[in-house]
Design a protein around this ligand. Structure first.
Ligand code: 5GP
Length: 114
């Protein structure tokens, strides 16, 4: 049996996280190593490795995640903009193999990313 990911352990309450939003489908919490004044991680509670593994049945869930991210950004007043991104696979820098979106705000972001 494979080890649960760190994010699965957060979902299960086995390790603590600073949770900023939760509903039946998803969870958002502060990143442990923030790369901006606000750096949140938004995850589905369903165990999905990455955006690559999304199935047709996950379309409503994927849309829900986007709207939750937008709602958090509005609620926290990211009026100057924010960045929402997901790393898919090793070359993109994915370290935790549970689908997640980074929601970053509070400073200007360069383009292209490093
Ligand atoms: P990835 O590189 O997979 O796209 O991003 C994983 C993110 O999860 C990183 O930004 C990292 O700081 C964050 N992270 C890793 N372990 C933990 C943890 O135990 N708690 C929290 N809150 N964030 C974590």
């Amino acid at each position: 049996m494979t080890e649960p990911t760190i994010f699965k352990r957060i979902i299960d309450g086995d390790i603590p996280a600073k949770i900023v939003f939760e509903d039946d489908l998803c969870l958002a919490f502060e990143d442990i190593n923030p790369q901006a004044p606000t750096h949140l991680i938004l995850i589905p509670k369903k165990e999905i490795v990455s955006i690559d593994e999304l199935e047709e049945e996950d379309v409503p869930l994927a849309g829900h995640l986007l709207l939750v991210a937008r709602n958090i950004a509005k609620k926290l007043g990211f009026d100057n903009g924010y960045r929402l991104l997901t790393n898919c696979g090793k070359e993109a820098g994915q370290e935790v193999m549970h689908l997640h979106f980074h929601l970053l705000a509070g400073r200007p972001f360069g383009w292209p990313p490093g």
